[in-house]
Design a protein around this ligand. Structure first.
Ligand code: UDP
Length: 234
């Protein structure tokens, strides 16, 4: 169904049941899920968040300079990227980590053409460092990179199984959308991504699928076109 996907994983997803940091078992599970998709011949790029380690806004709210905080957040995504790279390599999956901030001893710099070449060769490309700019999020990085590398879709792996009319973790009567348009998400004031990321996706006609990444087999089902999660499209 898809030739090339961009998978967005939040930093928090890597925590598993922990309060902070990285759960190696969760990482290993994700690596296995990703392998099932690669085995279908689908090219996989990944943008990883950093919220399990540091968020710039949280630091700034405690008196830290926001830009420094965001730099720390971006470095956190590189740490997560390395951890994910390790877990993928443990499954014999060839990977490259590209960073938006220069950290050459640790990761390749982000070079679009190189990233696309890696993907064509079947390597998983992990994009760390977000967009490389403060005041952005890794959701914006995910949309930006997806457009740049001409991915067919953004798969936003979360711990909820889609987009609901109200918060399903707080409201038992919340109902899920199978499909929703970008316009309806905005009209209803639903939260899918931050506005910058969301409108960038809309303007570039890049569909987003929000799905539960923690349910084994879901990632493969999504790329096989099964009705999993919520699809946001024009
Ligand atoms: N960040 C940033 N610019 C970017 C992406 C991320 O400054 O382009 C910083 C920001 O401080 C953010 C942190 O990195 O809070 C971690 O990213 P994010 O909160 O998007 O991670 P997630 O919520 O996906 O775990």
């Amino acid at each position: 169904m898809y030739k090339r996907i961009l998978l967005k994983l939040s930093g928090e997803a890597l925590m598993g049941d922990r309060q902070y940091g990285i759960d190696p078992d969760r990482l290993a599970d994700y690596a296995k899920e990703i392998k099932t998709v690669l085995d279908q011949g689908i090219e996989v790029a990944i943008v990883i968040g950093g919220g399990n380690i540091f968020r710039g806004v949280a630091g700034a709210s405690k008196g830290m300079d926001r830009v420094q905080g965001d730099h720390m957040g971006m470095l956190a995504t590189v740490i997560n990227g390395l951890a994910l790279q390790g877990a993928l390599e443990d499954q014999d999956i060839p990977t490259r980590l590209q960073s938006a901030i220069k950290i050459n001893e640790v990761a390749e710099p982000f070079i679009r053409r190189k990233a696309m070449r890696h993907l064509e060769k079947g390597r998983v490309v992990i994009f760390g460092g977000g967009t490389g700019n403060p005041y952005f999020t890794t959701d914006s990085a995910a949309v930006l990179r997806a457009i740049e590398i001409e991915a067919d879709v953004i798969l936003k792996g979360t711990r909820v199984d889609g987009i609901y009319n109200t918060d399903p973790e707080k409201d038992a009567k919340a109902t899920k959308f199978d499909y929703i348009t970008f316009d309806d998400v905005l009209r209803k004031g639903l939260k899918v991504m931050d506005t910058t990321a969301f409108t960038l996706s809309q303007e570039n006609k890049l569909p987003i699928i929000v799905f539960d990444m923690n349910k084994p087999g879901n990632l493969l089902k999504v790329v096989s076109g099964e009705k999993i999660g919520t699809t946001v499209n024009l």
